[in-house]
Design a binder for this molecule. Structure first.
Ligand code: SF4
Ligand code: SF4
Length: 227
């Protein structure tokens, strides 16, 4: 899932600026699960903005609405009336949701209420940890299902840096060394030989180095090729 955190109220207020009619838009998917931008957080944020603007003597009209997913046009269509009435939209979706609103409603000023942080999973109640950096050429089949790109602090692909101590990364004793995890897992599964196979250099063009990425469904690609 995409993991995000709310911006501080002061930053949201700065982004909203002088706008009088504010629409806070929550998203019912990833950011609901990480308690950053679901219906509950959208309602609390709207209340905080209303109270704060009133206390400052310049009350704003702040409404909130939550869609199932901000990153799909169909769901954004459902709130077109609310969006068109607003001077500014404060999106509590991830960065994709903010951009989806801006693209779908080009005349509307939209600002982010969250900092989109990483792709991760909840490891325990209230704790999320990074697990994938969306490199576009997954190597988990070689590393026992542990990602060296997202979980090694240096994103090393050819083994540990040599700085780990007692299984912990040299950047922080609370961070497990990804390469220790990889070694231990392959060892426990009797698959250490996987590490001995020579691998070609990783193709980073599938990651951010290749520019903005796009996936076209295979059947649509075939139709394009035929035309
Ligand atoms: S190897 Fe790439 S795609 Fe696979 S988990 Fe790591 S970053 Fe994600
Ligand atoms: S100690 Fe381990 S996780 Fe940390 S940078 Fe070195 S190899 Fe990567």
């Amino acid at each position: 899932m995409i993991v995000a955190e709310q911006k501080k109220l002061e930053e949201m207020k700065t982004l909203i600026g002088e706008a009088e009619k504010v629409l806070v838009v929550g998203c019912g998917t990833c950011v609901t699960v990480c308690f950053a931008g679901g219906a509950r957080e959208a309602a609390i944020t709207a209340t905080s903005l209303r109270m704060s603007s009133k206390l400052e003597g310049q009350p704003k009209q702040v409404r909130d609405v939550t869609v199932q997913r901000q990153c799909e046009w169909e769901y954004l269509d459902q709130i077109k009336d609310e969006i068109k009435e607003a001077d500014v939209v404060l999106s509590l979706g991830c960065g994709i949701g903010v951009q989806a609103i801006a693209e779908h409603y080009p005349d509307v000023w939209v600002v982010p209420g969250l900092n989109t942080t990483f792709l991760g999973l909840p490891t325990e109640q209230g704790v999320w940890a990074e697990r994938c950096a969306a490199c576009g050429d997954c190597v988990l089949g070689l590393t026992g299902g542990i990602c060296p790109i997202a979980r090694c602090s240096k994103s090393l692909l050819n083994g540990p840096c040599g700085g780990s101590e007692a299984g912990h990364c040299e950047i922080d004793p609370d961070v497990p060394c990804a390469w220790q995890l990889i070694y231990d897992r392959l060892s426990s599964m009797n698959k250490l030989h996987v590490l001995m196979d020579l691998q070609p250099p990783k193709n980073w063009s599938t990651s951010r180095d290749g520019g903005p990425r796009k996936i076209v469904r295979q059947d649509l690609r075939l139709i394009e090729d035929e035309e």
